[in-house]
Design a protein around this ligand. Structure first.
Ligand SMILES: [Ca+2]
Length: 344
């Protein structure tokens, strides 16, 4: 019922927009111009996938009007126009290359309306998900985004390949080139090399993950080359100074042990050697394990910020260090670990 209502409401809304465009055509002599709508003959016969549709309107009598409709909506990036039925379909992505997810639809023509400019950083680009939605052909790498609340411009590494792309990476370990034994200020503001090993910074992760419902993903590689992942919907952090971790159980390809996955760290504060916020009054997990982390009531079931050690080598129980994920590879130090999030 709600879907029907929403659909009706949207139809009415775009009816209004159509009227507006017709009036606009009359007053276009005032000098207000729209951008040029580029037709891409290589994508004739395609349309965007239904989950990326911004709107669908019938009775749009030329592709120019269709493009104008798209231009008026802030989530629309491109349009597919079917001349024989006068149907205009607005899409949330800008599928400029053949490997983007688009469906065939006989007789449609593709028009790119809002090309994405990497250097200009429009204020509406708040994370890697926005960059991906603007142009699904964007490769993995460094991009500038404008944080949604503080409006700070931040350089982030985007993973555009894993599980559909659009992930903002906030932690990356693979060779031990960056020391993760850092103080609370460094963990709050970030450190390392964003095109190599790095920690983005708790304050940025907190702000970006509070923009909307957000999922977290961990990617792991064991010493023997095996790979594993865990995802968690509803990832968020509390404000400074605790940056308490919140996540819900999600999906994984790891055969879970009881309470030894990252889920076990849900609800715990972030501690560093100069800020003991773990739950043990007579123990200092961050000092013992020489890193910053959301230590749990055992210190760590999982610690992806541990000291980079020889991959595959087992850490001695109770000893400091190592990048570990007990459900995935026991106490053996991992070869690589990556943490990233995406708005859902
Ligand atoms: Ca303590």
């Amino acid at each position: 019922m709600k879907i029907v209502m929403d659909y009706k409401r949207r139809t009415i809304l775009f009816g209004c927009l159509l009227t507006f465009v017709k009036i606009w055509n009359v007053i276009s002599c005032t000098g207000i111009t729209f951008t040029k709508y580029h037709y891409d003959p290589s994508l004739a016969g395609y349309r965007c996938i239904p989950s990326e549709t911004a709107f669908e309107v019938d009775d749009v009598f030329d592709p120019l009007q269709c493009g104008k409709l798209c231009h008026l909506g802030n989530i629309c990036r491109s349009v597919f126009y079917k001349p024989e039925s006068n149907k205009c379909i607005g899409c949330r992505v800008n599928p400029g290359v053949p490997n983007c997810d688009i469906e065939t639809s006989s007789g449609s023509n593709y028009f790119r309306t809002k090309p994405f400019y990497r250097d200009k950083v429009p204020a509406s680009v708040t994370d890697c998900k926005d960059i991906f939605e603007n142009d699904c052909s964007s490769p993995s790498g460094l991009y500038n985004v404008t944080l949604w609340k503080s409006k700070k411009i931040l350089t982030v590494f985007c993973d555009m390949e894993t599980a559909g792309g659009g992930w903002t990476v906030f932690q990356n370990r693979f060779d031990g080139s960056v020391d993760f034994f850092r103080n609370s200020s460094e963990y709050e503001n970030g450190f390392g090399d964003k095109s190599g090993e790095f920690w983005l910074g708790l304050k940025f992760v907190q702000e970006m993950a509070s923009h909307g419902k957000t999922e977290l993903r961990l990617d792991l590689t064991a010493g023997d080359g095996r790979t594993g992942y865990e995802t968690f919907p509803n990832f968020k952090l509390d404000n400074s100074p605790n940056y308490t971790l919140h996540l819900d159980p999600g999906t994984t390809n790891i055969k879970r042990g009881v309470n030894v996955s990252f889920s076990g760290h849900d609800g715990y504060h972030f501690s560093t050697y100069d800020a003991d916020r773990d739950v043990m009054s007579d123990y200092h997990c961050a000092e013992v394990h020489t890193t910053g982390w959301w230590f749990d009531d055992t210190c760590q079931r999982v610690n992806l910020n541990g000291v980079y050690s020889t991959p595959g080598e087992a850490r001695i129980e109770g000893a400091a260090g190592a990048i570990i994920h007990v459900a995935f590879d026991g106490l053996k130090s991992l070869k690589s670990a990556r943490m990233m999030f995406r708005r859902m």
